[in-house]
Design a binder for this molecule. Sequence first.
Ligand code: FDA
Length: 307
Amino acid sequence: MLGPVILAASHSDRMRRLISAAPVTRQVVDRFIPGETVDDVVPIVEDLTGRGLELTMDVVGEDITTPAQATAARDAYLRLVERLGPLELGTRAEMSVKLSMFGQALEGGHELALANVRPVVEAAAAIGTTVTLDAEDHTTLDSMFAIHEELRRDFPQTGCVIQAYLFRTEADARRLAAAGSRVRLVKGAYKEPAEVAHQQKHEIDKAYVRVLRTLMEGEGYPMVGSHDPRLISIAQELARQAGRKPDEYEFQMLYGIRSDEHLRLAAEGHRMRVYTAYGTDWYGYFMRRLAEKPANLLFFARSVITR
Ligand code: FDA
C-alpha cells in the first residue's frame, strides 16, 4: 500500500524540498546513488569492471522545465563519455538515459529530446559503447519508441526498455525481438492506472515471464532487469530452452541492491550489468527505490528519527 503513496510523493515539490533538506538523507541516498559528479563515479566504474561486472551509467534527473536544462543534461552525458573513453571499456560501460531529462515533456519535446540525445549516442558510438533509452510513464512511450527507431537507423545497437506491468508490452516485445535489437525487460517503476497496467504483483510477474519468453525465443539481445530471485532462475531456464549461450543475454541490477547477487552471477559466467546512477537531482530516482521496497522507507525514517 505504501508504494503508490511514495510514488505520488515523488512528484511533489514540497516533499522534494523536505526530503532533500533532511540531514541524514544523503547517507541513505548514497546506498543507491553513489556520487554527485563524474569524478565520484569513475573509481566505481573501475572497481566494478575490475570485479568482472559491467555497467550502465545514468546521470539522474527528470521533470525538467526548460530547454536549457535539457541541454545541460546532454552536456553532462557528453562529459561522462569523455571520461569513459580513455578507460577503453567499450560496451562494458554503457549509458542509460531518460528522455524526459532531454526535454521530451517540453513544448516540441519529441524533436527536442531527439536532438539532445543524438549527440550522446554518437559520442558513445565513437568510444565503442552504446546507449539504452529508459522507459518512463506510459504517456511517454510512443515518443520513446519512435526516437529509438530513429536512432537505430544510424546506431542499431541503441537499446530500449520495456515494462512488464503494461498491457501493451507483450506486443512491443514481439515487435522488438528482432535481430540486432537490445531490449531490457523490467517490471516497471511508475504509478500506472488499471486501464493500462497490471496492478497485482503476481500478474506483473506472470507477464514478465511471458514477455521474457518472447525475447529469449526472438533474435535480439535480451537484458533481464530484475533482482527477483525467482525471475532470475526462470530467465536462466528460458535462455537454456532457447539455446542461448551466456554471452547471448545478460542480467542487469541496480547499484546498491542485492550486490552479492551481482558478483555471484558474474562468477557463474553470466554477463551482469550494474545500473549505476549519479548526479545531484536524485529525488525521483531515490523515491522510486523507496517505493519498490517500503522497508527502505522505514530505514530512512528511523535514520531521521534517531539522529
Ligand atoms: P521486486 O520488486 O519483486 O524485488 C525483488 C527483490 O529485490 C526484493 O524482494 C528485494 O529483495 C530486492 N529489491 C528490489 N527493489 C529493491 C529496492 N528498491 N531496495 C532494496 N531491495 C530491493 N523501471 C522502469 O519503469 N523503467 C526503467 O527504465 C527501469 N530501468 C531499470 C534498470 C535496471 C537495471 C533495473 C534492475 C530496474 C529498472 N527499473 C526500471 C526498475 C524496475 O521496474 C523495478 O521497479 C525494480 O527492478 C524492482 O523490481 P524487481 O524486478 O527487482 O522485483
